[in-house]
Design a protein around this ligand. Structure first.
Ligand SMILES: Nc1ncnc2c1ncn2[C@@H]1O[C@H](COP(=O)(O)OP(=O)(O)OP(=O)(O)O)[C@@H](O)[C@H]1O
Length: 586
């Protein structure tokens, strides 16, 4: 219960539901106890009429009618109260589930990229769905059944003891055994159900990957191979579900067996006691049968509840592990800041923690406000890493990244990121309309601003050719954009907010050189007086920059203007000559 103590504050937050639920449960129990009492009394009335003949049939009828009416009324009240009990305690658990999901999600949002590299997406999804779901089972059903059992037990045993202490003791004997077996069975069911669930998530991850990679699968014609893989996984899942069903099938018979034993004990022992006179009427036996049947489910639920609590404890432990993680990148400054866009790297090195790759090695350069810097270099030379340091997705291992004279670690992270427009290499777009994807860069942008940004990114003409224009859905539920279209929508998204700093990570690689030139010319208008950093493999993207740096193995090997670099031996000149020749060949 140590881990579950984390959610105690939710019981305080929802104290009205919680306390209300307990009170309603107590009252419901009292009303539900009227039925056995009234049935017992009715049988006793009939018995005394048969035996003594002293009471007239009319008075017995009156007693029976009266009792039947009371049974209907009290059962109805107990029913309404049971409904209210669920409405308070189970509704409370749904609120807690909602809050906890939000809490976990907020934590996910705080955590930095390293966290996402260390944890698999499936695990992250499980924390927020299955683990939170199990904790809800503790807050809702487990708490509700425990309160219910405790109250019902106390009240029923008090009533039974009042009538016959000896019969009470004997008939209660099988109940702890019942509880023990149900506990064992529930644990087994939970174990098997977890295995089954695990298998199901493997199956759904497999299907998800299959759907995403359907183009590759079809082009390589490996449908049969994938079908076999799927069949094997489905078979495994089938076996696990059969095992689970078999174990679950024991539940009902076990309950019936133990109810049967208890009833047998009441009838036999109660019968002897009636014969030898220690019980005065048969109504007592009827009452006891009904009482014991009322106790069986709460006792059985104790076993079930304890396995629910065990599961919830394990789930909460996993959730707590995530909630306790402190993000590597923290916002240390909450006072609002405005950035001009002067960037300096001072002896910056970065070694990626997990791969131990030294992506940057003692890098120093400066970009003045309004200037454009181009970064050129072979693949894996560290270009994207420089951009990720400017957005502070990582912190350097040594050295300092400075913006407007302030070390990035001291800058307000939210304001910093709001001042930067990023076009990443992979141009990720959400499954939403084109308009919303562009507006993502500026929530309150007008339609005119969206269109203007798309025009600058040279994608407006493409968009208006789609049937639904800017309302066209893209991604899973809509059309598939070409690589170049995606890159341009992504550029529109980055420039719509008119950011002080624009980071373009090889984002024109999928467009032809003509479109590249149009976009670069447009960007010169948009980015007037803004700081721009362009990462590219093409000289054409870099040539107009105020400064170009050439990276190799994380080090700056050359720097200067296009004119200076084409006039010195090195990678830039080689690339320039190669790309000029390619262009001539076209
Ligand atoms: N998040 C990461 N974790 C670990 N290693 C990384 C990470 N990102 C990049 N690397 C490694 O760091 C090195 C530099 O990568 P980077 O992406 O900065 O190169 P790049 O010059 O942008 O390459 P490309 O031109 O192919 O995009 C590479 O060896 C890469 O494998």
């Amino acid at each position: 219960m140590k881990e579950l103590s984390y959610i105690n504050h939710y019981f305080i937050k929802y104290k009205t539901h919680f306390i209300g639920g307990i009170l309603i449960t107590i009252i419901a129990q009292f009303f539900s106890l009227y039925t056995p009492e009234l049935i017992g009394d009715s049988i006793a009335a009939i018995e005394s009429h048969i035996k003594s003949d002293s009471s007239s049939i009319e008075s017995v009828k009156k007693i029976l009618l009266n009792n039947i009416l009371w049974i209907i009324v009290t059962t109805l009240i107990a029913g309404v109260l049971t409904f209210l009990m669920r409405q308070t305690l189970i509704v409370m658990s749904r609120h807690v589930e909602f809050d906890l999901k939000n809490e976990v999600f907020q934590q996910y949002e705080r955590l930095s990229q390293n966290f996402y590299k260390k944890n698999r997406t499936g695990d992250l999804m499980n924390r927020i769905s299955e683990d939170v779901g199990r904790v809800r089972m503790y807050v809702g059903p487990a708490v509700m059944y425990t309160i219910n059992t405790f109250i019902r037990f106390s009240v029923v045993i008090f009533y039974m003891y009042r009538v016959s202490p000896k019969l009470t003791f004997i008939t209660l004997l099988p109940l702890p055994i019942l509880s023990y077996f149900i506990f064992k069975l529930s644990s087994e069911i939970n174990k098997k159900s977890t295995e089954f669930q695990k298998n199901l998530s493997v199956l759904s991850s497999f299907s998800q990957e299959f759907f995403s990679g359907i183009r590759v699968i079809k082009s390589y014609s490996i449908e049969n191979y994938k079908q076999n893989e799927f069949s094997n996984l489905a078979m495994e899942s089938n076996e696990k579900s059969l095992k689970l069903a078999k174990t679950q099938a024991f539940f009902g018979p076990l309950m019936l067996l133990l109810i049967g034993i208890s009833n047998l004990l009441i009838i036999s022992i109660g019968g002897f006691m009636y014969i030898n006179g220690s019980i005065t009427n048969i109504g007592v036996i009827a009452k006891f049968i009904l009482y014991i049947n009322m106790l069986v489910w709460p006792v059985a639920s104790l076993g079930w509840v304890s396995s629910l609590v065990q599961e919830a404890e394990a789930s909460q432990k996993r959730i707590n592990e995530f909630l306790k993680i402190e993000p590597d990148i923290k916002n240390e400054n909450s006072s609002s800041m405005e950035f001009e866009g002067e960037i300096a790297f001072k002896n910056v090195s970065l070694v990626y923690e997990d791969t131990k790759i030294k992506a940057l090695d003692n890098i120093s350069f400066e970009v003045k406000k309004g200037e454009t810097l181009a970064i050129i270099g072979r693949t894996g030379s560290g270009k994207s890493t420089i951009l990720s340091l400017i957005s502070r997705l990582h912190d350097p291992t040594s050295g300092e990244v400075i913006i407007d004279g302030i070390s990035l670690t001291k800058a307000n992270l939210t304001d910093l990121r709001n001042s930067i427009g990023v076009v990443p290499q992979d141009a990720f777009l959400f499954s939403d309309t084109i308009k919303n994807n562009i507006k993502f860069g500026k929530e309150n942008a007008t339609d005119e601003e969206v269109i203007q940004a798309a025009k600058y990114a040279d994608v407006h003409e493409n968009i208006i050719n789609f049937k639904d224009h800017y309302e066209t859905m893209i991604g899973e539920r809509g059309i598939t954009l070409s690589g170049g279209q995606k890159q341009r929508v992504s550029i529109a998204r980055a420039i719509i907010n008119n950011p002080e700093i624009l980071l373009l990570d090889d984002c024109l690689s999928a467009v032809d050189t003509e479109t590249e030139e149009t976009i670069l010319n447009n960007l010169q208008i948009v980015c007037k007086n803004k700081t721009t950093i362009i990462v590219s493999h093409r000289v054409s993207s870099a040539k107009n920059a105020n400064k170009i740096i050439v990276l190799n193995n994380g080090q700056i090997t050359q720097q200067g203007t296009h004119y200076q670099l084409v006039n010195q031996e090195g990678y830039y000149k080689e690339l320039y000559l190669k790309q000029i020749t390619e262009k001539e060949l076209l």
